[in-house]
Design a protein around this ligand. Structure first.
Ligand SMILES: NCCC[C@H](NC(=O)CCC(=O)O)C(=O)O
Length: 444
């Protein structure tokens, strides 16, 4: 049977804005209060997704979430009409209003952790939405994320959906951004590499000092248990706390894997040699560990350019390509490195650049924008086919964005009650385009 790795990109929501909500994420903080362009952001995302579909990849889209999140604002005591709730929150608690307006669900690498059927004991594809408890604005995502995943992967024979982990910092879970699946072929059993930032229940274990470690070992182990993975197919590895303190808030800012390739910065992990030996032992195929030294690319350049927040994809020809943000072309050290990389005899033979600057300014590169789901052809056929990218869907979604999205949004615009109507109208139409049913609270 044929097997693929599909990418499901998050559609950028109508409230995409720069509110500086993510302490520890350098881009989010340094671009706080910039004026955003939701229309351009959504179109940049669609362009990248379409480009991958045109390269012959299986490509899908995941719907964004409803924002402003009036349910959370009501839950914390703001009352009255929708417009009054927004107005009171803007006056009394602007930071809470901002948290309830973020379009952060666009970064679907944080939507969930996914284990393909080849790895799981029951032979199903398992999904666990990330609880994202470290950030208020993201902690309100998992329930709707679960609804959207169930409406997209809507077949019980092939797909198993779990509840997100308990909402406590002991179980801080950031989803696929801290999870990489290594394998020989996508349809063969692989090794799932879980990278965590701290051990919550071990006070003597090392952890970052300045910035939060969002993913815990306890969360990674819980996901591995839920997904019915064998010990022999899991590796748990700690992220280097020093790089978290330099702005590497997720592991996918410092390493990325595909099949038997792990592309990483030499400072990415703790106990690198021993852990790589464990990966080699558990893999049934030769691994390519492609190391980038600090002398080639500094941590600062890696964080600015998002060299490792690239996608490594296997093209239908069998060659691997890197999907990079144009920011990598603009950074001289990184551009020089990438030009050299394709000549080094690793499986990576091409680099393709895409402009996703609207997302980058909030700390989300090409890899943040996609959730990977390795599937065989039966499983691909069981996916909600209306979510799969093709010429018709691309045209339809661009027209939908043109109709509903603003081309400028500032943080002060978030109190505009018109935004509620615009967002709901857009999302209601989107659920019809993607045939998702009623995934949003306002539809229930
Ligand atoms: N995987 C990339 C995630 C980026 C995301 N940024 C944000 O939420 C920034 C939102 C703002 O600051 O307006 C985060 O840090 O979780």
């Amino acid at each position: 049977m044929k097997h693929f790795e599909a990418n499901f990109d998050g559609l950028v929501g109508p409230t995409h804005n720069y509110a500086g909500l993510s302490f520890g994420n350098v881009a989010s903080l340094s671009n706080a209060a910039l004026t955003s362009n939701p229309k351009a952001a959504a179109k940049q995302g669609l362009q990248k997704a379409k480009a991958l579909a045109d390269l012959g990849m299986v490509q899908g889209v995941l719907a964004p979430q409803e924002r402003p999140d009036l349910y959370t604002l009501r839950r914390i005591g703001f009352s009255g009409s929708d417009a009054e709730v927004l107005q009171k929150a803007a006056q009394q608690a602007p930071a809470l209003l901002n948290a309830c307006c973020s379009a952060s669900s666009m970064w679907t690498a944080n939507a969930a952790t996914v284990s393909p059927s080849a790895d799981t004991r029951d032979g199903k594809v398992h999904f666990t939405p990330a609880n994202l408890v470290d950030k208020l604005h993201r902690s309100i995502e998992p329930i709707t994320t679960g609804n959207i995943l169930k409406a997209t992967f809507n077949n019980d024979r092939h797909f198993r959906h779990h509840q997100h982990l308990p909402e406590h910092t002991s179980f801080g879970d950031e989803g696929a951004a801290n999870h990489t699946r290594l394998c020989s072929e996508y349809g063969h059993a692989g090794v799932e590499l879980f990278v965590y930032g701290q051990e919550a229940t071990n006070p003597s274990a090392v952890k970052p000092i300045k910035y939060p470690a969002r993913q815990t070992l306890e969360a990674s182990q819980a996901v591995a248990r839920l997904h019915q993975l064998d010990d022999e197919s899991c590796v748990f590895m700690q992220q280097n706390p020093d790089v978290i303190d330099q702005g590497v808030f997720h592991n996918d800012v410092i390493s990325v894997g595909n099949q038997n390739v792990l592309f990483y910065h030499e400072q990415a992990f703790l106990n690198t040699d021993a852990k790589f030996d464990e990966i080699r032992r558990k893999m049934n195929t030769e691994m390519h560990f492609v190391k980038v030294a600090t002398s080639q690319v500094s941590i600062d350049d890696a964080v600015r350019s998002y060299l490792f927040n690239t996608q490594i994809i296997t093209l239908p020809s069998g060659e691997m390509a890197i999907i990079a943000p144009t920011n990598c072309q603009e950074n001289p050290a990184v551009f020089a490195y990438l030009n050299e990389l394709v000549t080094l005899g690793t499986p990576i033979k091409q680099v393709r650049y895409y402009d996703v600057k609207q997302s980058m300014q909030n700390g989300g590169g090409p890899a943040c924008l996609r959730l990977r789901v390795a599937m065989n052809e039966q499983e691909v056929a069981a996916v909600n086919q209306n979510t799969l990218m093709n010429d018709a869907l691309f045209t339809r979604l661009n027209a939908w964005v043109d109709k509903h999205y603003r081309d400028q949004l500032t943080v002060s615009d978030l109190a505009d009650p018109q935004l509620i109507i615009e967002s709901r109208t857009a999302l209601d139409e989107l659920t019809q385009i993607l045939k998702l049913g009623s995934v949003y609270q306002f539809q229930r």
